[in-house]
Design a protein around this ligand. Sequence first.
Ligand code: NAP
Ligand code: ZN
Length: 343
Amino acid sequence: MSPLSISIIVAAAQNDAIGLDNALLYWLPDDMRRFRELTTGHTVVMGRRTWESLPKGALPNRRNIVLTRQPGYIAAGAEVFASLPEALTACRDEDVFIIGGASVYAEAMPLAQRIYLTRVHDTPAEADVFFPAIDAAEWFVASRQRHDADARHAKAFTFTDLWRHPLALFRHCPRCGSPRFVIGNAKSKRCDDCGFTYYFNPSAATVALIERQGAEGTEWLCVRRAKEPARGTLDLPGGFSDMFETSEEGVRREVLEETGLQVCQTEYLFSMPNQYAYSGFTVHTIDMFYRCRVDDDSVARAADDAAEVLWLRPSDICPDDFGLDSIRRGIKRLLGSMSADTA
Ligand SMILES: NC(=O)c1ccc[n+]([C@@H]2O[C@H](COP(=O)([O-])OP(=O)(O)OC[C@H]3O[C@@H](n4cnc5c(N)ncnc54)[C@H](OP(=O)(O)O)[C@@H]3O)[C@@H](O)[C@H]2O)c1
Ligand SMILES: [Zn+2]
């Protein structure tokens, strides 16, 4: 599953009501506009009933995806999937917006990084669909913007952007064990009992681009991943930096461990932020790409995290064969800069 991002977007009343008789509860033009601005150019995923409630069918300038368990269901202008994971697998490197309804929101909630919530300042007497509860220990309010009622808007509302807190999994203070380990800001938690504060910053990692001149031109050294995540897919050598080593030392060590090659020169290229799911926790990384020269490229052999080493010509490389998001994006960038060089 590898969309670039998964966001939930919803307009909910104070009691979490979102619909009645397969229609929306409110007509709020400025909220509609914000919905259009946030989602245009991206992918929207919705349940079959929400799809059928759209007044003009597919939302324009967006990839529309409809979920239904009915085999053979046809939705003009949309793609149909039988489950959320299947739909998300088809959304590589896309920004995905989950647009309802209730069960789709509930299923997507543990996967989403953002919730764009429009909280309508009203408690309707009648509603038949509700947004699931938002856990305050997991979600951080990144911004709030109030919109008063006016001639075009019968109710006041507040745009509330929530981000999944990177430390949501850490529910107790690691120093004193208190459950009052609360969100401090977007990347910190603080203990209300002992005062311990923990800031979570991205972990440094390195990626090596190693080139050689083969019989048919330039080749890049790729490895096949021996371990999860993305086991069996292509990768570039590299890995997490250790404490007390420089990034350059880290990339040399990783290349040696995975391929047996001795790096003699490193040149920093660029970096890519990444999210690496490991052991049920999302590790945020900053992946630093280096062009590495090696002493003797003839001795490459796979070891450690690598199951196989392959020398591939850039023209034969397909970014989609690379299972890790930042590596795939880095490969695209490297291929793009090559074609810019030759253009
Ligand atoms: N306020 C808001 O922001 C907002 C946003 C969206 C919707 N709404 C409102 O919510 C209501 C519609 O929502 P709803 O909750 O009733 O229905 P819904 O979630 O839009 O659609 C439910 C249907 O989607 C399919 N589905 C759901 N989860 C699936 C899954 N995991 N795999 C495969 N298919 C799946 C099933 O279709 P089949 O039965 O065909 O198998 C299911 O019956 C309307 O009133 C709408 O106006 C409000
Ligand atoms: Zn404490």
